[in-house]
Design a binder for this molecule. Structure first.
Ligand SMILES: *Cc1c(COP(=O)(O)O)cnc(C)c1O
Length: 458
């Protein structure tokens, strides 16, 4: 098939879809650091994690030796409703840019949640149901994860309680209504329904909330309610594992035509879509079978990889969650309210943090006005209105393609188009009206949040 013209969309047959997820940690010689109990500073045991998370997900979280973990048939059947997702050759964008580079994107926005998050939500809901739980709690920032989880819970008949960061709750009422359509109960965070919410409200009256704070509330409710567990939409190893379906499909599609990417690009909030997209490629890199340039793209306003420190930190503001070793800005860090583009978590997946620390991947940060320029340029030629998060990857893919235009190199670039941006039109409106500004935290801002890192001496 090697010399055949590459179609605009490379689809896989249902029978070619992955039957197992791939766990990158199995091929890492130096493993990501374990989660620590914040009280004892000892690695979290399965029993301790089991108080917060479903048992099967705890097993996946702690498993850093099994390379392939079978995707249960029920999950594969659900995947078949909206997967395999297309891998698209961006011929129109290439032409518009006048670049000799070959650009591909893996589009994950083709489901009601509008993003890749459903890939893990359905897995987490499945394991919760299998364990006989009544329901799950979670947080959501921009709303994609809450939407995905609501869909997954309604499918399996589970109760779903979502704490939504207050500024998003107010800015994105339609997201909230989508969640309620699927039966979820949505509470703006911080709320007065939890102890930690009340404490945060007392200390910071008028706060518009943060992901770290919403996580604390969701964990408090899960731990305090019989038959409930907490689930998380990014950052954790288990989430990266489920998202590996993105990368496995991408690789299978490229392999069909004998295409080997030179550069793989993804936006990085907590790291789940990037970790999923790169998984099989990173596996080859770790095993010494192939080499790829892998680039994580983050907002300049929340630059955990490019300006954070690699240290143990709290995953949440309320400090109820285990400590994770990661690139972090400090759990107190809240990006400026003028930041519209998502990807606002203070830390980064410990697996990606370790890979970055080992220099197996690069990271770069971009300004939000540049991101929206790229988003608009992409929408106008490729027809898809991208999520602001995804547009971070688009920005860097375009930058790399323009470099190829200068050098004449025909590099193959693959990027993750994680979702659509229909619920982000307020941000697009600001951009169109010229009201969008760029914010880069100062070194003093970062030092202040960093000063509160827990003292963990290992
Ligand atoms: C949540 C989200 C992201 C960022 O989360 P990661 O865990 O870093 O992948 C990116 N794009 C979209 C559309 C999202 O919903």
């Amino acid at each position: 098939m090697k010399n055949e013209k590459i179609p605009y969309k490379i689809y896989l047959e249902e029978s070619e879809m992955p039957k197992s997820w791939y766990n990158m940690r199995a091929d890492m010689k130096k493993k990501p650091a374990p989660l620590l109990n914040p009280g004892t500073l000892k690695p979290m045991t399965a029993a301790e994690l089991g108080a917060v998370f479903c048992d099967e997900l705890v097993a996946q979280e702690l498993d850093d030796t099994t390379p392939f973990i079978e995707i249960p048939e029920e999950i594969r059947n659900f995947y078949k409703m909206y997967r395999p997702s297309p891998l698209v050759r961006a011929y129109c964008l290439e032409e518009k840019l006048g670049t000799p580079a070959k650009i591909y994107y893996k589009f994950e926005g083709n489901n009601t949640s509008g993003s890749h998050k459903l890939n893990s939500a359905i897995a987490q809901a499945y394991y919760a149901k299998k364990q006989g739980l009544k329901g799950v709690t979670t947080e959501t920032g921009a709303g994609q994860w809450g939407t995905a989880l609501s869909m997954a819970c309604s499918y399996f008949g589970l109760d779903c309680k979502v704490f939504m960061v207050k500024c998003s709750y107010e800015q994105k009422p339609f997201r909230r209504e989508v969640m309620r359509t699927y039966g979820a109960a949505v509470t703006p965070s911080p709320s007065d329904t939890t102890n930690i919410g009340k404490k945060i409200l007392a200390e910071h009256p008028g706060t518009t909330g943060s992901l770290g704070c919403a996580i604390s509330e969701a964990v408090e409710v899960a731990v305090g309610s019989e038959g409930y567990r907490y689930v998380l939409g990014s950052v954790l190893n288990q989430v990266l594992l489920h998202q590996s379906v993105i990368g496995l499909e991408t690789k299978a599609a490229l392999d069909k035509y004998g295409i080997k990417p030179d550069i793989i690009i993804g936006c990085a909030g907590g790291g789940s879509n990037l970790g999923g997209l790169i998984a099989p490629f990173m596996g080859e890199k770790l095993r010494g079978e192939a080499d790829y340039r892998i680039i994580a793209v983050e907002p300049a306003s929340c630059p955990s990889l490019t300006r954070g420190v690699y240290a143990y930190d709290f995953c949440d503001t309320g400090m109820v969650c285990p400590l994770a070793k990661m690139y972090t800005l400090g759990s107190d860090f809240i990006p400026s309210p003028n930041h519209a583009g998502g990807l606002r978590y203070h830390g980064m997946s410990s697996t990606l943090s370790e890979l970055y620390d080992q220099k197996l991947m690069e990271a770069t940060s971009v300004l939000q006005t540049e991101v929206f320029e790229a988003a608009e340029q992409f929408a106008r030629v490729e027809g898809i209105l991208p999520a602001p998060e995804s547009s971070h990857a688009i920005r860097v893919a375009i930058n790399e393609a323009l470099k190829c235009k200068e050098t004449g190199e025909e590099k193959t670039i693959v990027f993750g188009l994680t979702g659509t941006g229909y619920f982000d039109m307020v941000a697009y409106e600001k951009f169109h009206n010229g009201e969008m500004s760029d914010y880069i935290p100062t070194d003093e801002d970062l030092a202040a949040a960093r000063a509160k890192l827990p003292a963990v001496d290992l």
